[in-house]
Ligand binder design. Sequence first.
Ligand code: SF4
Length: 360
Amino acid sequence: MPATGGAMLSSIHDDVAVESLRKRLALDPHRVRRLRNRLCKLQGSDEEALSELPTAARKAFADEILLHELTLDQRFDSQVDGASKLLFRTSDDLLLESVILRVATGRTALCISSQIGCAANCDFCATGKMGIARSLSAPQILDQVVQANQMLKPEGRKVRNIVFMGMGEPFHNVAAVNETLSKLVSPLGFDQSPRRTLVSTVGLPAAMVEFARKFPGVNLALSLHSAIQSRREEIIPLAAKYDLTELRAALQQVAEISQQSIMIEYLMLRGVNDGPQDRAALAEYLRGLPVHINLIPYNRVEAAPHLEGTAKEEREAFGAALRAEGFTVTIRYSLGADVDAACGQLVRRENRRIAAAAAQ
Ligand code: SF4
């Protein structure tokens, strides 16, 4: 079982604290490295990880170092498509979500959160409607990966792709996200392939370029949702701060630095961004950029009853027209509709349930 609580404890992902304790306990550095490997790379249980230490040192180590920053509060397994929604609780009682996606190819992806709530306030998003509670620390982001992998081990699965598409705007939490990415892709950390790691943003131009410079191998996705400024601002209020011209210049720079294509996320909202004018603006905006357009079906959320998804046939026609113009387009199949897999929905529901129970 994950160790929890203990506000004074340090994280296993805190290199300085772990090294200082290692010295104090006169532990062989190889032992500590093997413990971390077990936990971060080999999906070992906590007991298996601690068993890498000499018996005499295990208790002292466990008394000062937290292997987990989060407690699994609830788990919801989809009955239709293999998605599992994980609801985690922080030590100060805030809820966050991660989603395991068991893709039809047999691969496994994990969608992780970088914040609790989000200040971007996107019109279609349950998390945005919560406002921002706070940013997560790097150990809290990393623990979502550790715990998902521990859960997947008995199934013979391992997280292959990691996407920062859960709660929060990653570039509103740059320091922790950078620390997380460094540890994820480091051979001494999680040894995760950068190519199988993706950070999704609503589009903060300077941060996108900075990210590409720091992690040129890690994929970037831009939630564009409209190439018409006024319409984009209706969907993503934060877009008012960063106009599309500035954003396009950043996309160009990111592509030059990373030398790989950028994922353009386009949520298809009926009557909002799915008309011929929207498609023409999108094609015009992206022409000449190395992009891969991902058209996303919209799952209705309680928080936005005024929005509806575009019908399947129209989504396909929109995609076909873009392909005819030479773009690479995929139409994402939406996993986990029956477990509220769109970000923030479950946390909102749980918070309401807890508030209602407390009020009784
Ligand atoms: S879609 Fe992403 S960026 Fe927009 S409010 Fe939701 S969590 Fe924040």
